[in-house]
Write a protein that binds this ligand. Structure first.
Ligand code: HEM
Length: 160
């Protein structure tokens, strides 16, 4: 394995917390905007943009890891869909996260649309809320089953 792969894994692992934080900020801001009939402000757009940038970075790192860690080779095994661990890494993690990132993009696109603020908040809320649920569900948390679980706080250079 190339020497920079542990660094990529470390970054990919840490970035999850920034994504979770900003997804939560966007969800709460949209909820407050929706329920309080607030005006859509620059701050609302900025937090959605920061989330989008973190997600795109995570996608790039994820795609790189997909090839560099040999995850893609799991497809060549005939039993990939029967084995829950292989299925998680070869299909479920990447595909679900990709769907979540697409939802974040769709949510952000509403920040630029000409529509009333109430509808804007509502649409952003639902896109990012669903994305957040998908992301939380598909993170390989420490308490998940063996083979899937990864450390919640990664150690630099440690390869699990
Ligand atoms: C919001 C999006 C994502 C989040 C929050 C996320 C989170 C994580 C976390 C926490 C790990 C464990 C890192 C560790 O070992 O400490 C991981 C591993 C990994 N992720 Fe993601 N990920 C995301 C998107 C993606 C995408 C889109 C892909 C691929 C297309 C991907 C591919 C991988 C791969 C290949 C691994 C390493 C698997 C291994 O160790 O064998 N991830 N991801």
């Amino acid at each position: 394995m190339q020497s920079y792969v542990p660094g990529f894994i470390y970054l990919h692992s840490i970035l999850r917390y920034f994504i979770l934080l900003f997804a939560l900020i966007v969800v709460v801001q949209s909820l407050i905007g929706m329920l309080g009939k607030k005006k859509f402000k620059t701050g609302n757009k900025q937090s959605a943009l920061v989330l989008l940038i973190f997600c795109d970075l995570q996608l790039l790192l994820g795609l790189a890891l997909y090839f560099l860690t040999g995850t893609i080779n799991k497809f060549s095994d005939g039993d990939v869909m029967k084995d829950p661990v292989k299925r998680f890494w070869a299909v479920e993690h990447g595909v679900s996260m990709l769907i979540a990132i697409i939802l974040v993009h769709i949510g952000y696109s509403f920040t630029k649309k000409l529509m009333d603020d109430d509808r804007k908040f509502k649409r952003i809320f639902w896109c990012v809320f669903i994305a957040l649920i998908l992301i939380v569900a598909m993170i390989p948390w420490q308490w998940k089953s063996e083979g899937i679980a990864r450390p919640n706080i990664p150690a630099m250079h440690a390869q699990s």
